[in-house]
Each structure stands twice: as C-alpha cells, then as structure tokens.
Design a protein around this ligand. Structure first.
Ligand SMILES: *Cc1c(COP(=O)(O)O)cnc(C)c1O
Length: 217
C-alpha cells in the first residue's frame, strides 16, 4: 500500500473530530511530500535538527508538531514556526518555551506530557506533579504559551487491556484538569498500534507513523 492509500484508509476509520498527526521521523522529505499531496497538513517530528531541516524545505503551510523529548537549549530552533509542542514535561521547559515564544512575538501552543506507562524510559509529569503544577500555575508568567491539553504514551506492550487502562486514566485526568481550565481542547494519545483503543477512550488527536509511512529502521 502507498502512503496515499494508507492515509485514505486511516481517514475513513477516524471518527469526525479526531485529528491526525502524521509522524514522519526518520522518513525522507519525499514521503512527507506524498502525504502532503494527499491532503495531510499536520506532521510530527521527534528530533529538533530533523524538524528544522524539513520545515525549511517542505511546504510552508505544514503544521509541525514536536512530539519527542525536548531539551530546553533547543527550543529556540523550533520557536519561530512550531505549531504544537506535545511533550512539555517540566516547568523548566515550559519557561524556556515562554521565553523563546516572547522573543519571536508568538504564542506557542503546548500540551503537558503525562507519564502513564509503566516503563521508566518515558518522560512526563506524574499525575500528582501535574495537579500541583496546575494548582500553582501563574498565568502571567506564561503570557506567550497556550496550554491546550495533555499528551501521553501507553506502555509498549501487546497487552491492549493495560494500554486501555492507561488511556482511561489519562482521559480521567484530562477531564479533571479541564474542570480547572475549561478551555482545554486536546488529548493527544494513540499511535499506530493502539490508536483505535485511544480513540475509544477519548483521544482527540492521534499520532500515527508506521501505519502511514511504513516501519522505521
Ligand atoms: C514515533 C512516535 C509516534 C508514532 O509511532 P508509530 O508507532 O510509528 O505510529 C507517536 N508518538 C510519539 C511520541 C512517537 O515518538
């Protein structure tokens, strides 16, 4: 199946109201261009240098999502153009996004990443850290960031019942935070192996790579 066919099939399966980020990490510009030609405008990348190169060379109306672990000292490279940062995992990182967004005269949209998986390798706020962060949030200090919601990654496992539990937990946390911040719109969860489950559990934005572009080396 071609990238175009994969995208078309995915679109027919995604319910209305659920957005799709096509994750193009490690994929050539030609692959992104093919998806673009098939109408896709939102793409996700994990690495700053790769994202900066693609952004410079591919169509300027692409919405670039940063979904990988982001180091504070690299925020400045993506601040001029990034559409949504999914992976805010500390107050320190969000402060740096605020600083760089202000320097660019932009407001940058962000999601707070929550650690929902059993694995320690995945980053993010724990649920209690997130609650404390939201409780103590100083909106004036973050005049150039817009927090739109939460992001999480399930445990890498064949046991979809575990993944479902984790997604349910994240959705409940999202609703809890939405009581405090009613303007939240986005719950980013679900990848190639688990997005149907994530959508059933309340995802509004899925991040799909290999099911569109093929497996990565
Ligand atoms: C790589 C990646 C994806 C896409 O993974 P696939 O399994 O290829 O769909 C989604 N989200 C994040 C955070 C990723 O790093």
């Amino acid at each position: 199946m071609s990238i175009t066919q994969n995208l078309q099939e995915l679109r027919t399966q995604l319910p209305a109201g659920v957005g799709l980020v096509a994750v193009s990490k490690f994929k050539r510009h030609e692959a992104v261009a093919e998806a673009y030609a098939a109408g896709q405008r939102d793409f996700g990348e994990n690495y700053v240098q790769e994202l900066v190169e693609k952004q410079a060379q591919l169509p300027q109306d692409i919405n670039w999502h940063f979904i990988g672990h982001l180091q504070s000292n690299k925020v400045k490279y993506i601040a001029p153009f990034v559409h949504l940062i999914h992976s805010i995992d500390s107050a320190k990182l969000l402060k740096e996004v605020q600083k760089q967004a202000k320097a660019q005269g932009r407001t940058i949209s962000c999601l707070l990443q929550v650690h929902i998986a059993e694995e320690d390798t995945k980053s993010g706020f724990s649920p209690d850290e997130l609650r404390a962060f939201v409780r103590d949030f100083d909106a004036e200090a973050y005049s150039h960031v817009s927090i739109l919601g939460l992001m999480g990654m399930g445990t890498f496992t064949d046991d979809l019942s575990q993944t479902r539990r984790e997604f349910k937990g994240l959705h409940a946390l999202y609703l809890e935070i939405k009581e405090i911040w009613p303007g939240l719109t986005t719950l980013s969860m679900g990848m190639s192996g688990d997005w149907p489950c994530a959508v059933e559990e309340g995802s509004t934005l899925v991040r799909v790579g290999s099911s569109i572009f093929g497996t990565r080396k």
